[in-house]
Design a protein around this ligand. Structure first.
Ligand code: PBG
Length: 331
């Protein structure tokens, strides 16, 4: 493309008024782009703030259902559940992960009863239930892959039985997408989607989340033998290709903002619905700086979400979902 030289071309002409800027805008952000991750705790009528995530709460199942109704009224299409499991329910065999009555499954049923149109997404990984704090079984300091996949299949089936619409394996074990997809088909769950955390990095940005789900204390060591090295991009493309070949419907990149190059490359290479997770540490940085008056919190929140769309995301998992939805709707 050739541009006329200055002054025939003046880019500022197109920026001279709000109307012109609106007409020239390349990217849009809508409430329908947002998936809201929420934390579930036990009890009734309970809501407690996560200290490292101001404005984010752990809610009891009844309060989750109420929040889902509000979110639906705001136009948010999906909620993603993360349980804060009582330490007494964390074991070596992680059996609580596939208990039909666990917090995540109870919350799924409660949301579906209160607002059936709300899509419920669930998390497949053993960390909330694991006495060792890892996403997989631990033996002699090693994270077992194939044994973990068998457990993840049980966990995913119990979530599908409870009514989950979208299952999100976030564990980074090899072979789990194929195994879960086969089990879902064999058990008649033909319409349950798999949104694979295909490119999930071993990141320091998950810190506040581990506080929120009570996994920080249990976790020994790091997750570098199963989550990705932040230095790698080619590997992300291979993982996305692998997960799609095993039956993932959609794919995710996580964390979000520091990895938007990966989002753009995935979207360009595969053209499949691509999601990113603006994780807890990203939320905490924006929220914390905003509350301190160091940045304009609302402006930075909306700018960050637009950046995900510009990079090629179809949707964004963000703790800002209700706040951003209110701003987008002007209410
Ligand atoms: C674990 C899981 C993590 C997150 C979602 N699922 C943390 C981890 O891998 O340690 C992080 C989300 C966030 O930081 O907001 N299965």
């Amino acid at each position: 493309m050739t541009q006329a030289p200055f002054p025939a071309a003046r880019f500022r002409r197109a920026r001279a008024s709000a109307g012109r800027r609106a007409l020239a805008r390349e990217t849009s952000l809508e409430v329908g782009d947002l998936i809201w991750p929420v934390f579930v705790r036990d009890g009734e009528n309970m809501e407690e703030e996560v200290p490292s995530m101001p404005g984010v709460f752990r809610r009891s199942v009844d309060r989750i259902a109420e929040a889902a109704v509000e979110a639906y009224e705001l136009g948010i299409p999906a909620i993603c559940l993360f349980p804060y499991t009582d330490p007494s329910k964390k074991t070596k065999d992680c059996a609580e992960a596939w208990n039909p009555e666990n917090l995540s499954n109870r919350a799924t049923r409660a949301i579906k009863a209160a607002v059936p149109e709300m899509a419920v997404m669930t998390d497949v990984a053993l960390d909330p239930y694991n006495i060792d704090g890892h996403d997989g079984f631990v033996e002699d300091g090693r994270i077992l892959n194939d044994e973990t996949v068998e457990a993840l299949v049980k966990q995913a089936l119990s979530q599908a039985e409870a009514g989950a619409d979208i299952i999100g394996p976030s564990d980074m074990m090899d072979g789990r997408i194929g195994a879960i997809r086969e089990a879902l088909e064999d058990n008649g769950h033909r319409d349950v989607m798999l949104l694979s955390y295909a490119a999930k990095y071993a990141s320091g940005f998950y810190g506040p989340f581990r506080d929120a789900v009570g996994a920080s204390g249990a976790l020994k060591g790091d997750k570098a033998t199963y989550q990705m090295d932040p230095a790698n991009a080619e590997e992300a493309l291979r993982l996305v290709e692998r997960d799609l070949s095993e039956g993932a419907d959609w794919v995710m990149v996580k964390p979000g903002m520091p990895y938007l190059d990966i989002v753009a490359r995935v979207r360009d290479a595969f053209g499949v619905p691509t999601f990113a997770y603006q994780v807890s540490g990203e939320y905490a940085m924006i929220k914390g700086a905003g509350l301190n008056g160091w940045v304009d919190g609302e402006k930075v929140m909306m700018e960050s979400l637009m950046a995900f769309k510009r990079a090629g995301c179809n949707g964004i998992l963000t703790y800002f979902a209700p706040e951003a939805a209110r701003l987008l709707r002007g209410s």
